[in-house]
Design a protein around this ligand. Structure first.
Ligand code: C5P
Length: 219
C-alpha cells in the first residue's frame, strides 16, 4: 500500500499528539511533533535570557539552534535532552509568542518539509494542512471543548505527578488558542479539505479507529 502524508491540526491540548503517535505506531509511520520544535526555540530564548517578545533577538538565535527528534520521542536541542523541559508552562506560552515570527516559522517549516519527504509521515501542529503539507492525502482538524481539553491535560499532569491547577490550565490553553488563531502568519485554522473530528465525547480508541478508517480509504 502507498505511504501517505497525514496532517493533524487543531487547538492546544486537543489530544493531537496522542492520536498521532498511536496512528503512526499502527501504520509504522514516522510521527513528527512540530509543536516541540516551536517549544525548542522558546526554550532556547529563555535559556539565553532573550526576551521572547523581541522578534529580532529571537530571530538571531536561530542559527545556533539544532533540533533533533528521535523515533522514541526524545527531543534534543544542541545535543541536550530537552524532552520534558520543553513541556513547562512558561515554554508553552513562549512557543506561542515566538511562533508568530516569520523567521522562526520559515526556519522550522523548512525542516518539517525535509523530515516529511517521501511520505509515511504524520505531523501534528497548527499549520500542517494549510501550509507545511498543503498536499497531504489526509488532513484532520481535531477539536474538543475547552473544558474537555483542560480536564484531560489536568488529569495527565496529576498522573505524571506534576502539580496542576485546572483553572490555570484552562486559562493558558484559551490564551494560546486566541494567540495562535489571530496571528498574521499561518494562523491556526481548518484547511478547506480537512476533516473535522470533535473528540469531546469520544474515547481515544474511537478517535484512532476513525482516523484509521480515513487512512484506509486513502492507501
Ligand atoms: O502543539 P504544541 O502545544 O506543543 O505547540 C506549542 C505552540 O507552538 C503552539 O501554541 C503554537 O503557537 C506553536 N505551533 C505553531 N505551529 C505548529 C505547531 C505549534 O505555531 N505547527
Amino acid at each position: 500500500s502507498k505511504k501517505i502524508s497525514i496532517a493533524i491540526d487543531g487547538p492546544a491540548a486537543a489530544g493531537k499528539s496522542t492520536i498521532a503517535k498511536m496512528v503512526a505506531k499502527s501504520l509504522n509511520y514516522t510521527y513528527i511533533d512540530t509543536g516541540a520544535m516551536y517549544r525548542c526555540v522558546a526554550y532556547y530564548a529563555l535559556l539565553k535570557n532573550v526576551d521572547v517578545t523581541d522578534e529580532q533577538a529571537v530571530s538571531m538565535l536561530l542559527k545556533d539552534i539544532d533540533i533533533r527528534m528521535f523515533p522514541d520521542g526524545t527531543i534534543q536541542l544542541n545535543r541536550e535532552d530537552v524532552t520534558s523541559a520543553i513541556r513547562e508552562n512558561e515554554v508553552s506560552m513562549g512557543a506561542s509568542v515566538v511562533s508568530q515570527y516569520g523567521a522562526v516559522r520559515s526556519f522550522l517549516v523548512e525542516k518539517q518539509r525535509e523530515m516529511a519527504q517521501g511520505g509515511g509521515v504524520i505531523l501534528d501542529g497548527r499549520d500542517i494542512g494549510t501550509v507545511v503539507l498543503k498536499d497531504a492525502e489526509l488532513k484532520i482538524y481535531q477539536v474538543a471543548s475547552i473544558e474537555c481539553r483542560a480536564l484531560r491535560r489536568h488529569k495527565e499532569n496529576l498522573q505524571r505527578g506534576i502539580d496542576s491547577d485546572l483553572a490555570a490550565i484552562q486559562e493558558e490553553i484559551a490564551m494560546r488558542d486566541q494567540q495562535d488563531m489571530t496571528r498574521a502568519i499561518s494562523p491556526l485554522k481548518k484547511a478547506d479539505d480537512a476533516i473535522e473530528i470533535d473528540t469531546s465525547d469520544m474515547t481515544l480508541e474511537e478517535v484512532v479507529a476513525r482516523v484509521m478508517q480515513l487512512v484506509e480509504e486513502r492507501i
